[in-house]
Design a protein around this ligand. Sequence first.
Ligand SMILES: Nc1ncnc2c1ncn2[C@@H]1O[C@H](COP(=O)(O)OP(=O)(O)OP(=O)(O)O)[C@@H](O)[C@H]1O
Ligand SMILES: [Mg+2]
Length: 154
Amino acid sequence: MTANDAVSEWALADLEAVEHLGGRIAAVLEPGDVVALEGPLGAGKTSLARAILRGCGFAGEVPSPTFTIIELYEPPLTRLPVVHADFYRVSSLRERDELGLTDYRRGAVLLAEWPEKIGGFSEDPQCLRIGIAFAATGRWATIERGDAWRNRML
Ligand SMILES: Nc1ncnc2c1ncn2[C@@H]1O[C@H](COP(=O)(O)OP(=O)(O)OP(=O)(O)O)[C@@H](O)[C@H]1O
Ligand SMILES: [Mg+2]
């Protein structure tokens, strides 16, 4: 599916489909973008973040940032800096402010798991919001584009 609508639905029947979507997103990422990965525990947020990182050229192992909260990937290992974050364990605004996210994000792409824990990014025109839900076969993803994503083909 390549619909460029503000909201589109994607069938992710298996990890191969996740890899494919990750590659398409990676191909059009620009500095300052946020990919907000929403969905319940085990939905596949980290799996899609890994696929995006691989699409950005990263060939190594990608740990889940559950405990470190933030992992940084930089050129030459990736084509642009990528911040992979999991905000599940962030429970206060003070903790959020202490992460130094603004500094990490400068010139980088942010892949954010559990974005709602820090207030979400729905106001950000550079946000690509991806909600993943369990389906009979694999998962469904609902993709919502911020204005800066409207003329980028997925
Ligand atoms: N589209 C898919 N089809 C089938 N299995 C999938 C799909 N996406 C992910 N999985 C599997 O679901 C499991 C959980 O995936 P993952 O760790 O990416 O979830 P998560 O949303 O990051 O979880 P958490 O909320 O704990 O961070 C993994 O075993 C993964 O292989
Ligand atoms: Mg995860």
